[in-house]
Ligand binder design. Structure first.
Ligand code: SF4
Ligand code: SF4
Length: 88
């Protein structure tokens, strides 16, 4: 994915980037992949396992355990309320 370069914010030295922990309620997931596709940090991936409904729920991609910025966009786009994050 090509990322656009933005100007550096003037207060970037004073502001720290938040981090988040991802929680997935696997049994609610219907495998739409919205969270996987639209996470701005590409934190999520489809699991190899399936839930009781037969869908591949999202998991944190290997090596991306500290990459979540707690933006909550995954929570916003999930139609099944199956994913949320908490600030760490
Ligand atoms: S909170 Fe934001 S960065 Fe973290 S997994 Fe969800 S969409 Fe990705
Ligand atoms: S947006 Fe929700 S329903 Fe869709 S794959 Fe992600 S967790 Fe599952």
């Amino acid at each position: 994915m090509v990322r656009t370069q933005y100007r550096k914010p003037l207060d970037s030295e004073q502001v720290s980037v938040p981090t988040g922990q991802v929680f997935v309620i696997a049994e609610r997931c219907k495998g739409c992949r919205f969270c996987v596709e639209f996470c701005p940090e590409q934190v999520l991936a489809e699991s190899t396992g399936i839930n009781a409904k037969g869908y591949h729920y999202p998991v944190v991609e290997s090596g991306k355990e500290d990459a979540c910025i707690n933006c909550a966009f995954c929570k916003l786009v999930c139609p099944e309320f199956a994913i949320y994050t908490e600030e760490t």
